[in-house]
Design a protein around this ligand. Structure first.
Ligand SMILES: Nc1ncnc2c1ncn2[C@@H]1O[C@H](COP(=O)(O)OP(=O)(O)O)[C@@H](O)[C@H]1O
Ligand SMILES: [Mg+2]
Length: 248
């Protein structure tokens, strides 16, 4: 099923129609007394090849929205189409298949496996595909070279700086050639020089064809994206394209 998804023209993803997301875990019914409405009236269309930032203060709903876009979480109302197909009613298994084939994630805290080398961390997402081990190793080497870590392939995370660890995580996110890369505060633990390096890499990844969505509370970081979606209180209050603001 998934291969044809990638070929579907039109919007890559869309999250629309009065989408309310209840933050309570696992509550299947929206009337849960403990439910917190996190997202409100989010209507959003992101086209293939975009580089967009979800920007806003802490608690504005950025991560919640990113988790829905990344199929890590479901909206309690509304619909979501990924690569042109409504995914709102897919099973958890179908969602995880779609996720591993099409989406790469990068998080603030890297989430590398501590006892595995950089090379093994990067090739890990490929283990669930039919690609041969030899080809996985070759791809992981190419990706680590692309992110500037050709000489660190056999280092473990504890032997790498924060910036280097995040580059490993970026390479890992690209392992299965995702069409969509989602990054949640990827520079939140990094100094300003390393932050620029990671953002430059995200830009390169975007220029090579992936759609990139970057979550950040930092306007200087968001300025790297061509499109900036400002979130406040679970709503998208401004949708700004580069060129319409000074920071472009
Ligand atoms: N599982 C949850 N249960 C209850 N409230 C949650 C849950 N996850 C997030 N929230 C609430 O939703 C709001 C948005 O959170 P989040 O999406 O993490 O914001 P951001 O990433 O912009 O900081 C916050 O007020 C947060 O407290
Ligand atoms: Mg967050």
């Amino acid at each position: 099923m998934a291969r044809s998804f990638a070929r579907t023209a039109g919007q890559i993803l869309e999250d629309r129609a009065g989408n309310e997301h209840n933050g309570s875990n696992g509550g299947s019914n929206g009337e849960d007394a403990n439910a917190v409405t996190v997202l409100r009236d989010v209507t959003l269309r992101i086209m293939p090849g975009e580089f967009a930032a979800l920007q806003g203060t802490s608690g504005s709903g950025k991560s919640t929205l990113l988790h829905i876009l990344g199929l890590l979480d479901r909206a309690s109302r509304g619909t979501y189409a990924l690569l042109g197909k409504d995914v709102s009613h897919l099973s958890d298994d179908a969602l995880s298949t779609l996720r591993s084939r099409h989406i790469g994630f990068v998080f603030q805290s890297f989430y590398l496996i501590p006892y595995a080398t950089a090379l093994d961390n990067v090739l890990m997402p490929g283990l669930y595909t039919k690609v041969s081990h030899r080809q996985l190793v070759q791809r992981a080497r190419e990706l680590l070279t692309m992110v500037g870590l050709a000489d660190r392939m056999h280092h473990k995370p504890s032997q790498l700086s924060g910036g280097q660890q995040q580059r490993v995580a970026l390479a890992r996110a690209l392992m299965n050639r995702p069409s969509l890369v989602l990054a949640d505060e990827p520079t939140g633990q990094l100094d300003s020089r390393t932050t620029r390096e990671i953002l430059d890499l995200l830009r390169t990844i975007n220029e090579q064809g992936a759609t990139v969505i970057l979550v950040t509370h930092d306007p200087n970081v968001a300025a790297y994206a061509r499109r900036r979606l400002h979130m406040e209180d679970g709503r998208i209050v401004r949708d700004e394209q580069a060129g319409t603001a000074a920071a472009g």
